[in-house]
Design a protein around this ligand. Structure first.
Ligand code: APR
Ligand code: PHB
Length: 397
């Protein structure tokens, strides 16, 4: 049994865990990151790709924004398509000075791992392929994380344990049953995600409601496009040939005169459920949760990654205050402060999902109401402004 010691034990090397470890290191605080999968795996996962300005600012302040700034694509609007309508939501008009940046999540993970393993904090460990993670000593406020790497069992004594292990992680199980509340909603459809080696057919993201379901045109660069199609929750991915995918995307997106969809080689396709999940509180003694370990939002609002960054921005400040000034105030407020933002973002993400998807249970009346609501959002300044404010990221929440 190897005996190890650090200040902050972090479970999970996704954006939340890696960014937190990096922000702590920049404040001179050591941490140890434990990741169940291999480095190659976490760097290859295709996930989200839209960053609010506050997330970009945090990554840049953390010293990992150089490639993001160089390769990220700044957008000043998004487009809504429904019926034969196309309506641009113009951020410059509606929320002047605010925008979003398109930059793949896996690029952020690569940048953070690079910085972690190559930068001034290269001595700070990330233990990949760390399995059988267990936790003791929470009640005694001397938490110990137990894990196995390379067949050897390790004991990692630390002051704080941060669960950044995502929705399917183990850290949430360490919350006591009494006093913990979970809120959950699973939507009656999933997303078929596609990564394609083709130049984007639109300069900005296109969100489309079509009678056959939702579709989204996003991108990763000037020659890599990202698409999503609403499919049934139990869809068989094997039934989606490349030809069928392009035919369906063209059908749902090419609904305005003079616009056509470029097609090309499909690099990856995957299925993802759409769900909402929140656990309250996000802290139990010396255990705190951040990111998807504590909350999941449906991807329609492009908020999951931004919520994870917001959590660790607050958490790193709170831990720094505790170590440098002995103040527990921010730590004691952490859960409540995060949950206020989580529910605002949950509301927006569910509203976007409701607005832009075909719900199997909807009847003809509800479908007309849905179109009228889209019309209202797209054509009323107040409606469009509210969407824009939430989309670029709520300030002061
Ligand atoms: N032990 C160690 N690591 C674990 C364990 C475990 N038992 N369980 C899960 N992990 C790892 C996963 O392999 C993953 O690398 O925790 C990491 C969690 O990362 P994410 O799921 O990316 O979660 P988070 O960092 O909170 O990022 C959240 O990014 O994925 C996007 O849009 C998504 O909103 C999400 C955001
Ligand atoms: C993405 O680019 O992966 C993306 C963009 C917008 C969303 C969800 C995902 O709402």
């Amino acid at each position: 049994m190897a005996e190890l010691k650090t200040r902050v034990g972090i479970i999970g090397a996704g954006p939340a865990g890696l960014l937190l470890s990096h922000l702590l290191a920049r404040a001179g605080l050591d941490s140890w990151v434990l990741e169940r999968r291999s480095r190659a795996h976490v760097e290859s996962r295709v996930r989200a790709g839209v960053l609010e300005q506050s997330a970009v600012d945090t990554l840049c302040r953390a010293g990992v924004g150089e490639r993001l700034v160089r390769e990220g694509i700044i957008h000043h609007g998004i487009e809504l398509r429904f019926g034969d309508r196309a309506q641009r939501i113009d951020f410059e008009q509606l929320v002047p000075g605010r925008n979003i940046t398109v930059y793949g999540q896996r690029e952020i993970v690569k940048d953070l791992i690079e910085a972690r393993l190559a930068g001034p904090n290269a001595h700070e460990p990330v233990s990949f392929e760390a399995t059988e993670v267990g936790l003791t000593g929470l009640a005694a406020e001397e938490p110990v994380v137990h894990f196995t790497v390379g067949g050897q069992r390790h004991r990692l004594a630390c002051d704080w344990v941060i669960g950044c292990d995502g929705f399917h992680g183990v850290s949430r199980d360490w919350l006591p049953k009494a006093g913990v509340k979970t809120y959950e909603r699973t939507f009656p459809f999933a997303w078929l995600g596609v990564l394609a080696n083709v130049e984007p057919s639109s300069r900005e993201l296109v969100y489309a409601l079509h009678e056959r379901g939702f579709a989204l045109h996003s991108m990763r660069s000037n020659d890599i496009s990202r698409f999503y199609l609403q499919v049934s929750p139990d869809e068989d991915l094997r039934a989606w040939t490349d030809e069928r995918i392009w035919a369906e995307l063209t059908c749902r997106l090419a609904t305005v005169p003079g616009w056509s969809l470029r097609t090309g080689p499909i690099l990856e396709k995957n299925l993802a459920p759409l769900r909402s999940f929140v656990v309250e509180p996000m802290r139990h003694g010396r255990l705190l949760l951040a990111g998807d370990a504590a909350h999941i939002v449906p991807a329609t609002g492009a908020k999951g990654l931004n919520l994870a960054v917001a959590d660790v921005r607050l958490l790193s400040n709170a831990l720094v205050a505790w170590y440098t000034h002995g103040s527990a105030e921010l730590l004691d407020q952490y859960s409540e402060t995060c949950l206020r933002r989580v529910w605002r973002v949950q509301q927006f993400s569910c509203w976007m999902t409701r607005l832009l998807h075909r719900f199997p249970s909807d009847d003809a009346f509800e479908r007309r109401i849905q179109l009228a609501q889209l019309e209202a959002v797209a054509t009323s300044r107040a409606g469009a402004t509210s969407l824009a404010e939430n989309y670029v990221g709520l300030e002061h929440v």
